[in-house]
Design a protein around this ligand. Structure first.
Ligand code: LLP
Length: 419
């Protein structure tokens, strides 16, 4: 359930009609619902209620907006970060360093130092090499840092290949068959407090079975580690739970996910950690856009050209992803159309041959399920600016990220004097 509903025939976010936001802020614009974020956070937490004291860290990459992080921090969520920039944001939003988990295959020397100095809760090490480097730095600073080893369980997550992370050939984690040996080697280093294992096999998972298979392998690893005398007090099960992108699409619920986790992790005797992103933020946001014009070309359906483009919402161009598209004030009539942006490449296509609400020049429409991996993946391609973001709370709203005009981007460029 979300708070993007039609009232008197016009689409509202909570109690705010989207037309009011378009008028105040212009289009395109990302619009998030605070009530939906809170609801999703609570439904996720409730789904894990059978577990003893789970740690939930929002995957900041899904939506790093400071206001969104503040809402989730206030709900008791920590942060899963993958860069120094995300760590800075999480702390700026008031999240506690101790609640931060730092993942990522390419943490730089400077980022490792930043994490140590901030006093983050856990480093998820993605390689033996990273563990040695972190230990040297931490030891040099007189610290021992809580760390987990991310394993690659070689499980097919059955999702889009570009967002699958748990196959042997993917760059993430250490191979399962070497994990115990690597963990034992890292556990004796002076700068590390090896305390757990981590796994994340991919994103937008629409079945639980691959996760359960991966967790089974992690459980066996924990046993093996303990048999070797290693200490294991934490297990980070990552994120990945999919969301419905189409009306009536069924995806596993947090309650079903939680029940599976409880079953799969029985007897582990660890604190479980989670890194959900999309399931919290995805359906808490839309990208509001205006029709620039419609045009015909050849005999096929018309093109509906909107003012949002692939640089603003990259997912359709990058993954062939589907986003539901609805008029803000539908007339009841329908049409079949191609929905495209203004960018000069054919990849700037949101949908082909889609049956949609009839739309004409100047009409407003939304791409749904744009609260995760939307604004954060934007670029300024074609010298377009960055889309602003708005947060709605009941009948009020605020701009939580300004539109960045092409001029501001240009102002950061320099032509050297020798040209
Ligand atoms: N933990 C780790 C280590 C991750 O790599 C990710 C996502 C998450 C947690 C959060 O996963 P989620 O719960 O959101 O599925 N840009 C792509 C998604 C990339 C996901 C990358 N990692 C998209 O738009 O579909």
């Amino acid at each position: 359930m979300d708070h993007f509903q039609f009232k008197n025939g016009v689409l509202h976010v909570e109690d705010v009609p989207l037309a009011a936001i378009a008028e105040a802020v212009g289009t395109p614009v990302y619009v998030y619902s605070r009530a939906t974020l809170i609801r999703h956070a609570r439904v996720f937490r409730d789904g894990l209620s059978a577990l003893d004291n789970p740690h939930i860290a929002f995957a900041v990459k899904a939506n790093p907006n400071l206001a969104v992080l503040k809402v989730l921090g206030d709900e008791g969520f920590g942060a899963d970060v993958v860069s120094g920039g995300e760590l800075t944001r999480a702390l700026a939003a008031g999240m506690r360093a101790a609640e931060v988990v730092f993942s990522g295959v390419g943490k730089t020397h400077a980022e490792l130092i930043q994490g140590i100095e901030a006093g983050i809760g856990q480093f998820n090490l993605e390689s033996e090499e990273e563990g040695y480097e972190l230990s040297v730095i931490a030891h040099g600073l007189g610290r021992r840092v809580p760390s987990a080893l991310r394993v690659n369980p070689d499980v097919d997550a059955r999702t889009h290949e570009k967002i699958s992370t748990g196959k042997r050939e993917n760059k993430f984690g250490v191979p399962l068959d070497r994990a115990a040996e690597i963990y034992a080697a890292l556990a004796v280093l002076p700068g590390l407090e090896m305390r757990g294992v981590a796994v994340h096999i991919g994103s937008q998972l629409t079945e639980l079975e691959p996760l359960e298979t991966a967790f089974g392998k992690v459980g066996a690893l924990i046993e093996e580690l303990r048999a070797r005398g290693c200490t294991v007090t934490h297990a980070d099960l990552g994120g990945g739970l999919g969301v419905p992108y189409r009306k009536n699409e069924e995806t596993p619920t947090p309650a079903e996910y939680g029940a599976m986790v409880a079953r799969a992790t029985q007897g582990w005797n660890v604190q479980l950690m989670f890194e959900p992103g999309r399931v919290i933020a995805g359906n808490a946001g839309v990208l509001l856009t205006r029709v620039v014009r419609t045009k015909r070309s050849g005999n096929g359906p018309p093109f509906v050209v909107v003012d949002a483009a692939m640089n603003d919402l990259m997912r359709p161009a990058m993954y062939g992803a589907w986003h539901d598209f609805d008029a803000v004030a539908p007339s009841g009539e329908r049409m079949t159309a191609h929905i495209v942006g203004p960018i000069c490449e054919t990849g700037d296509t949101f949908a082909m041959d889609r049956e949609i609400d009839a739309l004409a020049t100047g009409d407003l429409a939304v791409f749904r399920t744009a609260g995760a991996y939307g604004a954060t993946m934007a670029s300024s391609y074609n010298s377009r600016g960055f889309v602003p973001e708005v947060l709605v709370d009941g009948d009020r709203f605020a701009v939580v990220a300004d539109r960045i005009d092409p001029q501001a981007i240009m102002d950061a460029e320099r032509v050297p004097e020798w040209l």
